[in-house]
Every structure is written in C-alpha cells, then in structure tokens.
Design a protein around this ligand. Structure first.
Ligand SMILES: [Zn+2]
Length: 262
C-alpha cells in the first residue's frame, strides 16, 4: 500500500475509524523519515453534527502534531449536505454526499501535495459494499474498487484502505483502549436503508457462520484479480464544468450539483 517516501493524505472525519487510522499511520510514519502525512478534513455542512467531529479531528491533529487541511462543500461546491438532503434527489443523501466527499478529499490531497489518499474503511464497510454492489445490479463495480486503487491511466491519486481487513469491533476496541475521543453520534442524514439491512444481515451471518465477512472480502479480491485487468478502461475526458477526469461530458459531482441547483 505504501512506499517509503509517500506523502499520505489521511481522510479524517473525527469518527472512531479515521482517528484509529490516523493514530496507526502516525506510529508507522515515525519509522520512515522520508514519509510525510497530512490529515484532510471535509466540512460537508451538516448542522449540529459536523462541528463536533471537526473539533475532535482538530484536537487529535494538535495532540499528534499532524498537519491538518480542512475544506468545505460550501467553498468548493457552493452547497451543503443539508441543502442536498433538502433537494430530495433520486439518490440518497449518503450517496450524493459520498460523491462530493471523494471529490473534496481529492482536492484537499492535491493541495497538500500528497501522493496517496488513505481512507478508514474497515472490514464491515467493505463486506457491505460488495453485497450492496451485487444488490444494486452493479457487480463490475466490485472489480473497480478494493483495498488499493491505482488508476492505470494515472488520472486519479491512488487510494488505499489500510483497515480493510480489520473488523469494525476490533477498530472500536482499539479506539476505546487507546482512549480516543471520537464522535459517537450518527449523521442525521444517514438513513441508507439498504446498507443498514445488509449490515444487520451480515452481523447475523457472522454470529451463525464466523468468517462470513472475510470470505466476502476474499471473494471480491478473487474477482478483481481474475477479471479486473480484462475489463476495458473507459476513456477519460475533462469535465466541461470542473475539468476533473470523467468518462462523460459532465462528472458525477457536476451532474448532481446541477440537479441541486435546479
Ligand atoms: Zn465536473
């Protein structure tokens, strides 16, 4: 996942997963003098929720002596997640917010001069996403994601998920044992019905058939190694509005921002 001279942009939300990841990478980085690290935080504009998380993220960075860069949807896109949720688009607020967050983190990582983006997805997140892609009828998406994402065309900054095979319970345990001060309130817009059902189903399966989540992750990895390189890569152009690489005229984020503005 990492090279000795990487500048890692850690996507830091202030939740237990990203704070755990930051702690672990800071420990790791101390052993590699040519590695650099910046925490990137995104203010999505979620009233009564994001302020606390940003404060906790800020405290952690000060305590650990980590550089921090905060960007906001308002300054980057002229909107907020609260406004997007209010616009009642066809996709869920979580899906819309996710598109903008990826773009915002990319921008912040580029500004920071990073070479890789590290996100704190854990085993549970990854296993849920595999099933979610199947149930959304988008199985090929599984081959385009994964613990290490490197665009062979070199158009997107590589992304890594160092916690991808750590169960959520173990991340939680680490956070408690290390005494991390993390945000425990859930996002007010977080009603991803299908993901919630899949989470409950997988937890039930894990109790009855231990190892289910690992098996799903390994299945996805096998699909990736067997099929990933055989699938044609879409040709990328510059989005006519923001200039980011996209296979279409407008990138996903710009399509959505137009729908919010309409
Ligand atoms: Zn665009």
């Amino acid at each position: 996942m990492l090279e000795y001279n990487d500048h890692i942009a850690v996507a830091l939300s202030g939740g237990k997963d990203s704070l755990t990841l930051l702690h672990l990478l800071v420990k790791l980085e101390a052993r590699f003098p040519r590695t650099d690290l910046t925490a990137v935080c995104v203010d999505e504009g979620i009233d009564g929720y994001r302020d606390e998380a940003l404060r906790l993220a800020n405290n952690a960075c000060t305590e650990l002596g980590v550089k921090q860069l905060v960007v906001s949807y308002r300054e980057l896109f002229g909107t907020t997640t609260d406004q997007i949720a209010h616009a009642k688009l066809s996709q869920t607020p979580c899906a819309s917010c996710g598109v903008l967050r990826r773009k915002a983190i990319n921008k912040a990582a580029t500004i920071a001069g990073a070479t890789k983006i590290a996100t704190a997805h854990n085993l549970d997140d990854e296993a849920q996403t595999v099933l979610l892609n199947m149930l959304h009828g988008d199985p090929l998406r599984i081959t385009r994601s994964g613990p290490v994402l490197k665009d062979p065309r070199g158009k997107f900054m590589p992304r890594i998920k160092p916690l991808c095979d750590i169960p959520e319970k173990e991340v939680m345990l680490y956070a408690y044992l290390t005494g991390l001060d993390f945000q425990s309130v859930a996002c007010p817009h977080g009603h991803e019905a299908l993901r919630n059902d899949i989470r409950a189903f997988l937890n039930q399966m894990e109790v009855k058939h231990p190892g289910t989540k690992f098996t799903l992750l390994r299945s996805a990895e096998r699909l990736r190694t067997q099929m990933g390189s055989q699938l044609p890569l879409s040709e990328l152009h510059e989005c006519i509005r923001c200039g980011d690489p996209t296979p279409h005229e407008l990138c996903e984020a710009c399509v959505m921002l137009e729908a919010v503005a309409a």
